[in-house]
Design a protein around this ligand. Structure first.
Ligand SMILES: Cc1ncc(COP(=O)(O)O)c(C=O)c1O
Length: 400
């Protein structure tokens, strides 16, 4: 990941398909600009934004708005089920270490990732060593150029039996694969979590109810013993660093205490902007009419570029059900994905080497060295040039 940032600084002309930054969506930024101007023009609101610490659980007024919003969706929540954090990344750090760290479990426990590949940002979050246990997926080929992962429940049950598991965690949609676990899969994972008396953490950074970057949606409702971690980042506010956790009261209370120790208070910018979207009832329309269609169009464009440029190549795209990445598998790739990454970097195309996302399961032999992740957030012209170059490299490799 450091390599990605460094490469971009050294060569700003890179065709950057590597990171997790959301796209710049002008309608969204204009809406935020007018909101900021309104806050700046109002003395009291400006003071609330710049001159006041939030309370330990996060902005009380936003939590109250969120509570009504979630209740309207049918979620059985009160304000005591919600807290805020400085980005969801830090919420995961607190959650994982609270649940699997030495204070909560008699021995250091593990977080079970039921289906790899999973979000790389979890790796390294454990204060103890080897906090994560990951299960390799089952895989089905779909047509000539698609594939899909499925949760291997035998492997999940085996891990639950043999390791000291303190929580299960899935991202939905999944970064990197764009998979969206079906309601049936979520139900089975929930049952396994309940029967093992551990929570199921659902990372909804890209999902419902917001930002809703999902193409075949099956929305989940929060319930007890589930931890939903949401974020404002992929809505277009990664700079405002705001995460939202919905969980049982006891856990929320512990999280708030840890958050106070770590950060004292969260920033006010994200809560101020988001509260206004909720109060004005703009959020759902924004997600459904601006954010989701923007990414749906980019996805279609990227898929059409690949189809047109990579004729004859043995590529497969994971069924892109959500988030803003394409996850590509090159069967019998003559070199490793890490080497492919280097070759593409030398041609000024930055992608994400897929092998990193298989962390937490050193023993899996599944195509770990044959995948890359491409973000489709960049301008269309950048995407078109990058796809042509990647196609050229692959053609040279497969025909050598
Ligand atoms: C799946 C997933 N979860 C969580 C995060 C963390 O996001 P943030 O800390 O900006 O809320 C990311 C960021 O890329 C992500 O992809």
């Amino acid at each position: 990941m450091a390599d990605l940032g460094e490469a971009l600084n050294v060569n700003p002309d890179l065709l950057f398909l590597g990171g997790g930054n959301p796209a710049q969506i002008p309608e969204f930024e204009q809406l935020m600009a007018s909101e900021l101007a309104a806050i700046a023009a109002d003395e009291e609101q400006l003071h609330r934004l710049l001159g006041v610490y939030q309370s330990p659980r996060g902005s009380e007024t936003l939590i109250s708005e969120l509570c009504s919003y979630f209740q309207h969706l049918g979620w059985p929540v009160s304000e005591k089920n919600i807290c805020l954090s400085s980005g969801s990344q830090s919420a995961f750090f607190m959650l994982f270490n609270l649940l699997a760290g030495p204070s909560e479990c008699k021995q250091l426990g593990k977080i079970l990732l039921p289906m790899l590949p999973e979000y790389l940002g979890y790796a390294g979050q454990g204060l103890g060593n080897n906090m994560f246990v990951g299960c390799a997926p089952k895989l089905s080929r779909v047509g000539e150029h698609e594939f899909k992962y499925h949760c291997d429940f035998d492997a999940v049950e085996q891990a639950l039996r043999s390791e000291h598991i303190c929580a299960l965690c899935v991202s939905r949609p999944t970064n990197p694969s764009g998979n969206v676990h079906s309601l049936e899969t979520m139900h089975r994972l929930g049952q396994l979590a309940d029967s093992n008396a551990v929570p199921l953490i659902v990372d909804g950074a890209y999902g419902s109810p917001f930002p809703g970057i999902v193409y075949d949606e099956q929305a989940l409702a929060w319930q007890s013993n589930r931890v939903f971690v949401l974020s404002l980042s992929k809505l277009g506010l990664p700079g405002a660093r705001t995460g939202i956790v919905v969980a049982d009261e006891q856990l929320i209370s512990k999280l708030s205490s840890v958050n106070t120790v770590l950060s004292l208070a969260n920033g006010n910018l994200g809560p101020a902007l988001f509260e206004s979207l909720l109060k004005k009832r703009q959020l759902d329309r924004l997600c459904a009419e601006t954010i989701q269609p923007f990414y749906a169009k980019k996805r279609e464009y990227m898929l059409s570029l690949i189809k047109a440029n990579w004729v004859g190549l043995p590529y497969r795209v994971h069924r892109a059900q959500g988030a803003f990445f394409l996850w590509l598998w090159f069967e019998n790739l003559p070199i490793s994905s890490a080497q492919l990454y280097e070759r593409l970097k030398a041609r000024s195309v930055l992608v994400m080497d897929g092998s990193h996302f298989f962390f937490a399961n050193a023993s899996t032999s599944l195509h770990t060295e044959q995948c890359i992740r491409l973000s489709y957030c960049a301008d269309d012209e950048v995407l078109a040039r990058a796809i042509t170059i990647i196609g050229d490299e692959l053609k040279a490799l497969y025909s050598a």
